[in-house]
Design a protein around this ligand. Structure first.
Ligand code: ZN
Ligand code: ZN
Ligand code: ZN
Length: 372
């Protein structure tokens, strides 16, 4: 029997509705449109209960956001002169937001993907005798830094001033990239400034290093795309081999002035898997190695565990099932105690079923916060 499918007739109907034809092959990737929060520079107004959390951070429609209140009322004159006098920007699910939630104060916040640090503010200006709108350089909320133990804010109190001073949103978004589905790529400038023969030079240089990361030494012969060539002095036209360094995508993003560099969760997981199978992050690794090699969103928590006197955990741990197959990749694990910190509740449930105890990154951060 031959099936008759009236393609032409269908197309006539479809084109009457104003649709156009798109080429499709079985291997083409379906591009979903980005949610507006990822592309809008002004952000969207929300109440706290509309904001999701991921790993202790704030998210809207799968994208990382920060929250602030644009309305500065009669303070606006002062804030326009000095941004640090303004309302603070929340980057995490901190104590302040928790209290707002508990008191049922449904204050309007603005959720925004902001990588510049300049925020739209408004208020009534006494100087000008009218309502004004402008931008101000608002500062990050201290309770948020505490909540995340950001860069050791709680565990290394002597560094607090330095940590606050050096905080930059672009870097913060880049560090957190594995926790979110959408990256703020539309805000990040495109690569430029390379010489025409850069690809060739880079290929040759990486081959001369046997496709090994010069920082963590992971062997990427089987995944060459995850090995980058980095310019040590930051000048992309200075291609002398003494200025080059072959680094894996994770070590590359941790280089100075690389706060524009993102890594996808699946690439980070692959790098951790390779490092583990090659003995780089095995049970012999020291605390300092762990801080260097861990996915940054877990770093503050790891420091809290260390300060708390915990045994040295394993990172990028692979949990094997009954037949040796990998059933879960765990960022922080204590295999002897069968205890783990995981990314989300699904992995937590899975681990419970295998006789492990587990907490999510978010639970763990909150527990430390409540202890304080
Ligand atoms: Zn906060
Ligand atoms: Zn590396
Ligand atoms: Zn670089």
């Amino acid at each position: 029997m031959r099936l008759h499918f009236p393609v032409d007739a269908i197309w006539r109907q479809v084109s009457r509705m104003g649709a156009s034809k798109r080429e499709y092959t079985l291997d083409s990737v379906i591009q979903e449109p980005l949610p507006p929060i990822v592309t809008s520079t002004g952000g969207v107004d929300v109440t706290i209960d509309e904001v999701d959390t991921a790993g202790g951070l704030l998210s809207c429609h799968g994208a990382q956001v920060v929250l602030y209140i644009p309305d500065h009322g009669k303070n606006v004159d002062r804030v326009l002169h000095k941004g640090s006098d303004g309302r603070r920007v929340h980057i995490a699910d901190c104590m302040t937001l928790e209290q707002m939630r508990q008191k049922n104060r449904f204050q309007r916040y603005r959720a925004v993907v902001n990588v510049t640090g300049d925020f739209d503010v408004f208020g009534y200006s006494a100087e000008q005798g009218k309502k004004v709108e402008s931008t101000a350089r608002l500062q990050v909320c201290i309770n948020c830094l505490k909540h995340l133990n950001y860069k050791g804010y709680m565990t290394e109190p002597r560094r607090q001033l330095e940590i606050r001073k050096n905080f930059n949103l672009k870097g913060f978004f880049a560090e957190s990239s594995t926790l979110f589905r959408y990256l703020p790529t539309s805000f990040i400038e495109k690569k430029s400034g390379y010489t025409d023969d850069w690809k060739l030079i880079s290929d040759k240089y990486r081959a001369s290093k046997n496709f090994q990361c010069e920082s963590c030494h992971v062997d990427l012969n089987a995944h060459k795309n995850l090995l980058h060539t980095h310019h040590i002095d930051g000048v992309k036209r200075n291609n002398q081999s003494s200025n080059l360094m072959a680094v894996c995508a994770d070590c590359h993003r941790k280089q100075p002035l690389h706060d524009h560099m993102f890594i996808k969760a699946k690439d980070m997981a692959l790098l951790q898997r390779l490092r583990r199978s090659q003995g780089i992050i095995g049970s012999k690794a020291q605390w300092s190695d762990l801080f260097e090699l861990i996915d940054p969103p877990y770093s503050g928590l790891l420091r809290l565990y260390q300060k708390d006197g915990a045994a040295r955990p394993e990172i990028g741990y692979e949990l094997a099932g009954a037949h040796g197959e990998v059933v879960a990749e765990i960022e922080i694990a204590w295999p002897d105690a069968k205890f783990a910190v995981v990314g989300d509740d699904n992995v937590k449930t899975l681990l419970f079923g295998m006789g492990w105890k587990a907490v999510t990154l978010e639970d763990a951060l909150r527990k430390f916060r409540d202890k304080r």
